[in-house]
Design a protein around this ligand. Structure first.
Ligand code: SF4
Length: 276
């Protein structure tokens, strides 16, 4: 009896496999045969549009000549000679107002944030004063900044947390900074660098673009670029490297039309599309 059952099972296996194969084939051909709606065609067409090639590592740049340590030193030495003490453009009075300004600057320009915070910081430059001001009045000060309702909530919540857990002071570790409402890795990096002199690399849209275009630190995410830059930049430049790269991206290596003709490092840059 057992022998008969085994025989039957052996016979049925290929038959089932055939059936599965056949049903897959028929569903594929059915998919092919299904006429596409206009919307489906449009979506497919849209998906083919390439992501901004100027911001991401291209195959060409990935193949470009690797940077030598001497060349990287030369790049930052030129930045240092041109601007020995670079400054960030977010106005602030102390670590707390720096933290608030960075939280407000998400998806907003530094100039726009400064316009709002000049008056705000006159009345609220500590967590205690920010709480006394209250969320509603805070909203009035920052309503010219995008996402101001959420940001006002976060600033009040982070002020509360600073008082409750950190004695009203801005904490000095990445983990503590990232635990504050509205603060992420980039905020922590800016505060650690600008308020406490740590060798961190905050990657915003400008640093991301410059890291990729030059080939100094190609990466698909801000974190990849951050870690890549930290790996290659000599320690003596790390305190100011973040500002040099931001300013370079903001004023020279522009997103749409990079000003390669006046670029300090145009002979070293690996971007295949540079215009010099
Ligand atoms: S040469 Fe052009 S692309 Fe390269 S870093 Fe300078 S401005 Fe940017």
């Amino acid at each position: 009896m057992a022998k008969i059952i085994r025989k039957l099972a052996a016979k049925s296996k290929p038959l089932n496999a055939k059936r599965v194969k056949k049903s897959r084939k028929s569903s594929q051909s059915a998919k092919k045969a299904t006429p596409k709606s206009g919307r489906a065609r449009a979506i497919k067409k849209k998906a083919k549009v390439p992501v901004k090639p100027s911001h991401r590592p291209s195959k060409k740049s990935a193949r470009s000549k690797p940077w030598t340590a001497a060349e990287i030193f030369e790049v930052f030495d030129r930045f240092r000679k041109a601007n020995p003490e670079p400054k960030g453009e977010l106005e602030h009075l102390n670590p707390f107002t720096l933290l608030v300004a960075v939280v407000l600057s998400a998806q907003a320009t530094d100039a726009g944030v400064n316009r709002a915070t000049r008056a705000l910081f006159e009345v609220a430059d500590t967590p205690q004063k920010m709480l006394a001001l209250g969320e509603e009045k805070l909203r009035d000060y920052i309503k010219s900044i995008g996402l101001y309702r959420t940001k006002a909530k976060n600033v009040i919540a982070l002020s509360e947390k600073l008082i409750a857990e950190f004695g009203g002071e801005v904490p000095r570790t990445r983990a503590e900074l990232e635990s504050l409402p509205g603060a992420g890795r980039k905020t922590a990096n800016v505060v650690l660098n600008m308020a406490f002199g740590e060798h961190t690399m905050a990657v915003d849209t400008h640093v991301f673009r410059v890291g990729n275009r030059t080939g100094l630190a190609p990466g698909n995410t801000p974190l990849e670029v951050e870690l890549g830059l930290e790996r290659v930049i000599p320690s003596e430049f790390m305190l100011h490297a973040h500002h040099w790269l931001i300013l370079h991206g903001r004023y020279t290596c522009l997103a749409r039309k990079p000003r390669c003709e006046v670029c300090l490092i145009n002979d070293l840059c690996r971007w295949p599309e540079k215009t010099v």
